[in-house]
Design a protein around this ligand. Sequence first.
Ligand SMILES: Nc1ncnc2c1ncn2[C@@H]1O[C@H](COP(=O)(O)OP(=O)(O)OP(=O)(O)O)[C@@H](O)[C@H]1O
Length: 601
Amino acid sequence: MPTISLRYFRFFYGYLGNGVWLTLVASMFMAVLDGIGLTMFLPLMQAMDGDTSGGAAAGAGEGMGNMAFLLEAIAATGLGVNLVNLLLIMLGFFVLKGVAKFASEYYRVILRQRFANKMRLNNMRLLARYDYAAFMGADSGRIQNSFSAEVNRVTMAYQHYFVMLQYAIMLLVYAGLASLANPKFALMVGAAGLLSNFAFSKIYKATKTASTKLTEEMHAFQGFLIQSIASFKYLKATGLINKYKDKVEDSIITVEGFQRKTGTLSAIANALREPIIMLIVVVAILVQVLVFGERLGLMILSLLFLYRGLGSLVGAQNAYNMFLSQSGSIDNIEAFGKELTADQEVVGSQPYRGMTAGISLKKLRYTYGEGTVVENLSFDIPHKHTIGIVGASGTGKTTLVNILCGLLKVDRGMLTINGTDANDLDTVAYRAKIGYVTQEAQIFSDTIYNNVSFWDPLTDEVKNRVHAALKLAHADGFVNDLNQGADTVVGINGINLSGGQRQRISIARELYREVDLLILDEATSALDSQSEKLIQENIESLAGRYTILVIAHRLSTIRKADEILFLHPGGKYETGTFSSLMASSPAFKEMVALQSFGNIE
Ligand SMILES: Nc1ncnc2c1ncn2[C@@H]1O[C@H](COP(=O)(O)OP(=O)(O)OP(=O)(O)O)[C@@H](O)[C@H]1O
């Protein structure tokens, strides 16, 4: 057999534990029972040849080598070694073999399901805790592919791996039985069988390489797919979808090429196996008979076992090749799991018990590689205050919000929440109390109820809370006009809703959640001025109930903020109220003037 990497066994064992041994032990039983059943053939033939009356035992041991003890055992039980008994015993062993086969295969199927589920759950758990900074540099195609197609391929690899082990065990058992029957003959065939594996090593290597490349190309393909779905409207409206389709087509053709390659290699290996094995058997028989002058009769039982054993060898090699063609996915899943594990978010242990004192930024610094975005920033966000964050594009507003959510860790300085260093705080619990409304509304393909309550069980109380939130987000009007009201399913990304309606639903979700900190990141930019005004009024009515951060290009939105953080390029900043900045900051005044939203002074 080719060298089977223990690494893969460890990988499967890591997921399934001792369950894997059970299938292997069942395989062994299967082979032993089959072997004993087969052994009965020889005395049977001899019994049929001559004495059918019950005296077969006399010459029946000949040709059985060390297996003759079985006949002695039968005779010792008091059962006559005759045709009927031998047939019944043989039948009994094959029935038992059937039971062992069922147990082995049934358990393997159960383990396969358990394996796939564990892998998916494990990946999901790791993804949920994946560090955001690492995520920003991750390949979305790879993530998607590793969660879907790759899990299936690894499950298939598992199946082939254990079928291979099952055959390998059967091979060993048959080889052992063949050696008992005729050691010299068995050794000769076994040695030649081992040598024949070298003939396949090149095919195995090529299969493995093609499998790894197939996995990489699948990542790229999934990446293209995700982007084409995310940008479907744009691609369609601009006709760029055809150009994009050509790009995806290239990827599909490359994937197909690798699949064809692994298939061809498999076909070559499969086709070569039996002729090679038969060649070995033929040569071994000829050598035994012509060179060593042995009688064919002495080889029969050994040959029977070897034939079974060689069948197992073919099965094991086929399974191994199939396994190799999918093993690239195991390497990927392993590496993917390790990367996710290495980049798990570090969360502090100090419990978060709701916002009390507010948030404080002390001499913060944040850089992306060489580019400094935040430099020496000190700023307080007192509890229940409304803070406006403004600045030209690229001045770091989103980066700052990411820091405030605990998604990005600062290079220098300190972020405290209720006086606790964010590094020590249970940021997962803290984030559960953050409401975040972004310019791109986050809508899920489900009912409006579920979009707002985020799948809370729909009790009357939940429904009432959803409707109250919809009202506050000025969404109740259009929702009530829908045929199925809040039971309406909104389609992929809320495609059945207008941009402003999507935005209002996503605002309602955050209001429903009863958060401590509400972040509105260009939240009303998709709305018409009438809706914006109404939501603006609603949000202003929330002032003093939540701590609110408003990031806005439209400065009218933050006019009533308790304080404004005005960011400049390169990490510089100014702070003040709207009117104090108007008085102290020419840049702010100019920005306001450019937006010319009426007489503000
Ligand atoms: N993941 C990243 N890696 C490297 N640089 C980044 C990354 N994200 C943002 N930047 C850079 O950091 C700077 C600040 O970006 P940020 O998105 O925080 O600005 P912003 O004020 O929110 O911009 P906008 O108003 O256009 O949304 C920009 O120069 C941007 O190119």
